[in-house]
Design a protein around this ligand. Structure first.
Ligand code: UD1
Length: 471
């Protein structure tokens, strides 16, 4: 690191130059460590069909839920991504038997002999915290490192903890860890709890815990996200009794034991949304399946408002066309978005839609209401020539003028969905875009490079000497 203190490696910010159509990157000879990057040559035109993988967030919740079940649970259509791998490693570290084969995962947690998830495991995946509910409900005890802040905000866990207390757990914070146990060796007891905010994670934690509590639990103001519905279905198939999933109140009759069951993970609505925006930003036409259209209806509405044509080819296939000849106007028009819990516009598509808006005619307002710090991609999009004024949780995006557009440059993925927005912008940009810190993107997108290559994009995963000074 000290090697680089007094020298300028490349001008900051790296100003894209479309006129030369060439971006010159300095070569480092000092460091032999290699970092993976994505390199995209744009602009791309996409065509063809893409298969959407199983949902990341459903997989994580269902893997945590397997801890509630006696015997084996079999999950199909599990995406091969690093977040899933990290969750599987947490389950294994607790003593569960996890087998992975052909997109399936079989988990048997009968042998769980440890109830502590350590900081090292939590560093790999914040969602590891969500095992607290099943552990305390089935094994009477859980010790989980407190997740720190992350790139998109503080992400407190107060609702998880207050909800567990409402079910009779004793919850203490000590040494940066949460210690939860049931009182006097008795199990959790059904209770009433109203979430101040419809947190997805807290809803899932409390659903799992209440499914094994003694008596009836009433949870109100819960999250209505589709992943909550998927989790309820899996738990019910495993013997739980949860009513109301998808609405704002859950009534859960606790059961003394749940038994492993089989489940096919539903398609990832955020991955589907990302490909819908990929077709739009490249002014292309692609189809995708499987998709559950009602889970992306908010995006369908916004893209239609912009002028895209979206058609449902069959119950699980969507075709998105933004070909100039098929658009409703001359080109896509700008629109405003404000993120909010489901069925509102998903926060997990806000960065990708911001990338699209930089290419639309007119200016737009993007408001983030779910997380307090989810705009860091704006700065990276600016490096590609986007005109964005970001202030707190609001950004004004100035769409393209006649003749101007995005230009390739070197950018950094700072979080998962922000990284996806850079891929999309790179597809639309003229010249070469180099995306660093792609480990964020690979947390949540299965085979993203191959899928885009099959649609005709010029994208590759390669390595470059590590650049620790990149900020
Ligand atoms: C989940 C998703 C994530 C998505 C988010 C919102 C998973 C693994 N991740 O994250 O992709 O972006 O839902 O749709 O499913 N909050 C509190 N106290 C709490 C819990 C949450 O104040 O105890 C706040 C958070 O700081 C945030 C808001 O609630 O501002 C929403 O967070 P939450 O719905 O809990 O998101 P996650 O479950 O972490």
């Amino acid at each position: 690191m000290a090697l680089f203190c007094n020298i300028t490696i490349f001008p900051k910010p790296l100003v894209p130059s479309c006129s030369s159509q060439k971006t010159h990157f300095p070569k480092s000879t000092q460091n032999t460590k290699l970092d993976p990057i994505f390199k995209i040559k744009g602009p791309a035109t996409l065509s063809g069909h893409v298969t959407i993988s199983g949902s990341k967030n459903s997989s994580l919740a269902l893997l945590a839920a397997t801890l509630c079940c006696s015997g084996s649970s079999l999950l199909h259509n599990v995406p091969n991504i690093s977040d899933v791998e990290a969750m599987a490693s947490i389950l294994s570290s607790l003593g569960a038997k996890v087998e992975s084969f052909d997109g399936k995962m079989m988990v048997n947690s009968d042998g769980v002999g440890k109830v502590e998830v350590d900081l090292e495991e939590m560093r790999k995946i914040r969602g590891g915290f969500f095992v607290i509910g099943p552990l305390v409900a089935r094994f009477g005890e859980a010790v989980v490192a407190l997740p720190g802040g992350c790139n998109i905000g503080n992400r407190p866990v107060d609702l998880h903890l207050r909800g567990l207390r409402a079910l009779g757990a004793v919850v203490e914070l000590r040494d940066g860890k949460v210690w939860a146990h049931t009182a006097n060796g008795k199990g959790l007891v059904g209770g009433r709890f109203r979430l101040d905010y419809p947190s997805v994670g807290a809803t899932e934690t409390l659903m799992m815990a209440a499914s094994m509590a003694d008596g009836i639990t009433l949870l109100s103001n819960v999250a209505k996200e589709p992943e909550v519905v998927d989790l309820a279905r899996f738990l019910n198939d495993s013997g739980a009794s949860i009513e109301g999933a998808g609405g704002d109140t859950l009534v859960i009759q606790g059961k003394s034991q749940l038994y492993g069951s089989e489940c096919v993970i539903k398609p990832d609505r955020i991955e589907a949304g990302t490909f819908m925006i990929a077709a739009s930003i490249t002014r292309s036409c692609i189809s995708m399946s499987p998709v559950i259209p009602s889970r992306v209806s908010c995006l369908i509405d916004k893209l239609s408002e912009a002028g895209c044509k979206i058609s449902q080819v069959d119950p699980h296939t969507l075709r998105v066309s933004a070909l100039p000849a098929l658009c409703l106007g001359d080109d896509l028009k700008s629109f405003d978005i404000k993120t909010s819990p489901f069925p509102g516009f998903p926060t997990d598509l806000q960065p990708q839609i911001m990338a699209l808006l930089t290419t639309c005619a007119g200016s737009s307002l993007v408001e983030e209401s779910v997380f307090e710090n989810r705009m860091s991609h704006a700065r990276e999009l600016q490096k590609l020539g986007a005109r964005i004024e970001a202030n707190g949780n609001r950004a004004i995006v100035f769409g393209k003028d006649k003749g101007s557009s995005l230009c390739g440059s070197r950018v950094i993925a700072r979080d998962l969905r922000g990284g996806a927005s850079l891929i999309l912008a790179g597809l639309a940009a003229k010249g070469t875009t180099e995306i660093h810190r792609i480990e964020h993107i690979e947390r949540g997108y299965e085979n993203i490079v191959t899928k885009l290559q099959n649609l005709g994009a010029d994208i590759e995963r390669s390595t470059l000497p590590s650049m620790p000074y990149l900020v």
